[in-house]
Design a protein around this ligand. Structure first.
Ligand SMILES: NC(=O)c1ccc[n+]([C@@H]2O[C@H](COP(=O)([O-])OP(=O)(O)OC[C@H]3O[C@@H](n4cnc5c(N)ncnc54)[C@H](OP(=O)(O)O)[C@@H]3O)[C@@H](O)[C@H]2O)c1
Ligand SMILES: Nc1nc(=O)c(N)c(NC[C@H](O)[C@H](O)[C@H](O)COP(=O)(O)O)[nH]1
Length: 220
């Protein structure tokens, strides 16, 4: 599986405010680039933290991109994936509508009633990990289901775990020209943090977009 992490941060490295409210950091051109990245992917993954904070839809906006996918025999939208160990995703979340397939990655500790409520709401549940979703085994299962190109849109907890597991191949980071501040605001990679053997990246691109800059890295 090829994993591309895409996110937008403020110049001080924040994904959103200390209240975890969604902030539109990207401008029009960068959101168009993100839409292209989604259209080129078999699936888009976020953590349950992002679902609870943003209620995202994670579909392709551009009709031409959807037509292109259909012409290639692919569904109009990539599959959507939520990492959600305890099946906390609300059953009325936009990500569960029938616009696209939605996989819910849960752990063995997810309550049965929550699992079946979310299956009834349209999710395809994949169990991977004892108390927390294990991305290596979840990705192996998703690969068996035909997902080769995965886009990850955050948030900071999930992105840290993917770097920790050595599962990131590419990173595209849009840095918007604003300061969000906040010692408790989510950043690109939160989690426990590294104290040694820091993942090192190779800078492959620097491009001005809207009033910010897009940095692309090879991480494999
Ligand atoms: N600017 C951007 O590009 C961007 C992108 C995305 C999100 N955001 C913002 O970021 C914030 C959400 O980020 P977040 O870090 O709180 O949430 P997140 O990374 O989206 O989700 C974190 C949750 O995922 C679950 N999870 C399951 N398996 C995991 C694993 N192996 N490793 C890590 N997490 C795992 C955990 O909950 P369980 O233990 O219950 O499973 C964890 O609390 C929101 O404010 C959102 O607006 C911004
Ligand atoms: N590239 C990017 N720039 C931003 O300024 C921003 N706030 C996000 N945030 C990513 C997060 O995952 C959002 O929840 C989805 O971008 C919402 O996706 P929809 O529009 O509902 O499909 N992503």
């Amino acid at each position: 599986m090829h994993v591309v992490v895409n996110a937008a941060t403020s110049v001080d490295g924040k994904l959103s405010t200390r209240r975890r409210e969604q902030v539109k950091i990207s401008g029009e051109a960068d959101f168009a680039r993100v839409d292209r990245l989604r259209a080129d992917s078999d699936a888009v993954l976020v953590g349950v933290g992002t679902v609870l904070a943003d209620d995202p839809h994670l579909t392709v906006d551009d009709a031409d991109f959807r037509t292109e996918r259909a012409a290639a025999g692919r569904p109009a939208h990539p599959a959507r994936i939520v990492a959600d160990s305890r099946a906390r995703t609300p059953t009325d979340a936009r990500i569960l509508d029938d616009a696209a397939t939605t996989y819910l990655l849960v752990s063995e500790s997810a309550p049965d009633d929550r699992r079946s409520a979310l299956e009834t709401a349209g999710a395809t549940v994949v169990v991977a990990g004892e108390s927390r979703v294990s991305f290596p085994s979840a990705f192996a299962e998703l690969e068996r289901r035909g997902i080769d190109r995965l886009m990850v849109e955050g948030g900071g907890e999930v992105i840290f775990s993917l770097f920790e597991a050595g599962l990131v191949d590419e990173l595209s980071l849009y840095v918007g020209s604003l300061v969000l501040g906040g010692r408790d605001a989510p950043t690109l990679a939160d989690g426990e943090g590294f104290v040694e053997s820091f993942p090192s990246l190779e800078l492959t691109g620097v491009e001005r977009i809207d009033d910010g800059v897009l940095l692309t890295y090879d991480a494999s």
